[in-house]
Design a protein around this ligand. Structure first.
Ligand SMILES: [Zn+2]
Length: 107
């Protein structure tokens, strides 16, 4: 009887390992599709807007990472279209992170 149990235990351990490997492969394949960025150069507003419109197949909201603003303006001048777009992006990012934190609490 104990021989059967130990055989069953070995088979169960093997199946558990196979399932874990399969889940790990699926997770890596899923993350390979991520198109989020670590760093984005924000130059012309139109180009930045194109970057903003893209979605990440993994995360939904596409992270643009650290945004380096390339447009020079005089100090104290009114916000440019690029500033408005960056503010819109940052509000979207904050909302995406709130949703992600909420989802993490539920699971
Ligand atoms: Zn992503």
């Amino acid at each position: 009887m104990s021989g059967k149990l130990s055989g069953l235990q070995k088979r169960l351990t093997k199946v558990e390992k196979q399932l874990a490997d399969r889940a790990d492969r699926a997770r890596r394949a899923w993350l390979a599709k991520c198109n989020c960025k670590d760093w984005t150069l924000a130059g012309p507003a139109e180009q930045f807007e194109e970057q903003m419109k893209l979605r990440c197949p993994c995360h939904g909201f596409r992270r643009l990472g650290k945004i380096t603003r390339l447009l020079y303006t005089e100090p104290g001048s009114p916000p440019t279209r690029l500033d408005e777009l960056i503010a819109t992006y940052e509000a979207g990012l904050a909302e995406a992170e709130r949703e992600q934190a909420h989802d993490a609490q539920e699971s």
